[in-house]
Design a protein. Structure first.
Length: 280
């Protein structure tokens, strides 16, 4: 009985912590292109496009923020979300899927691999699974714009898509862009450093200096910001490659560290140590 009571107390305590973590989070919106808004809160940045064909939302952050996201969408548009595109399967990008399906009757679109990975996750409610999946490219002609959704294999994960609003000239590359910080590359879920670099360079080649970028994480960005980001990845990779070629074990490389100029890119989730491990 004591063990049961302790387990119950721990579960309640953890649940309260999870709720408290999001209690003060506000969903903020900024118009970044014609009829396209960038929404921020906690987790991955979102994009919102309202219009006569229905509200389109790119990513939907954590489950605990679903009601706040829905309220912000209603405040901005007076309508519910009709379509959702998931850029990949991580919880800070798909957490509100179930709520938006049940409360807004939203249709969710994602790459085949996103549905497959979420289907195999026992903690993910199947009610939030994408109803529409694809293996390469989808084009939406919606709300006066042409929205291109295209798959970029084995970069951040094995299910990454980028979304480009052609008329608005806004790009949402999901977690193929962590602006001003080291990226998380999910090596256990199909992510790959070289693939990540290649995918970012592919996206940079598709945009111009006027393109506004909504990164997966970090502030609104430009093409120059995106180029600076991929340059950082290539240069830090070269430093770690050089240490490996000199025969340094991982522990020695961690002790040696990266050049001091990269220290501002470290953050609480991807520290310099974790980034070196990823590159190594």
């Amino acid at each position: 009985m004591k063990k049961l009571l302790l387990a119950t107390a721990v579960a309640v305590s953890f649940s309260s912590f999870a709720q408290d973590r999001f209690a003060d989070v506000q969903i903020n919106a900024e118009e970044v292109g014609t009829n396209v808004h960038m929404l921020t809160g906690a987790g991955g940045n979102m994009a919102l496009m309202p219009g006569p064909d229905g509200v389109l939302l790119i990513d939907d952050q954590y489950t605990q923020l679903a009601d706040k996201i829905g309220s912000k969408v209603n405040e901005l548009t007076g309508e519910d979300v009709r379509y959702v595109i998931n850029t990949h399967f991580h919880g800070d990008h798909v957490g509100s899927n179930m709520w938006l399906r049940q409360n807004h009757d939203a249709t969710i679109l994602a790459h085949d691999n996103v549905r497959e990975r979420l289907s195999s996750d026992s903690d993910f409610d199947t009610a939030g699974l994408p109803q529409l999946t694809f293996d390469s490219t989808v084009t939406l002609h919606i709300n006066g714009d042409t929205v291109h959704v295209f798959y970029l294999p084995n970069g951040h994960t094995d299910g990454d898509v980028a979304v480009w609003f052609e008329e608005a000239n806004v790009l949402h590359p999901g977690d193929l862009f962590f602006n001003e910080r080291f990226p998380f590359i999910d090596l256990g879920s199909g992510g790959d450093v070289d693939g990540y670099i290649e995918n970012v360079e592919t996206l940079i080649s598709k945009i111009n200096d006027d393109t506004v970028i909504i990164p997966g994480h970090g502030p609104k960005a430009t093409r120059a910001d995106y180029q600076r980001f991929v340059n950082m990845i290539k240069e830090t990779k070269a430093e770690v490659d050089a240490m490996r070629n000199q025969g340094m074990a991982l522990e020695d490389a961690l002790g040696n560290g990266l050049s001091e100029k990269w220290s501002p890119w470290a953050w609480n989730f991807i520290t310099e140590e974790r980034w070196i491990k990823t590159l190594y």
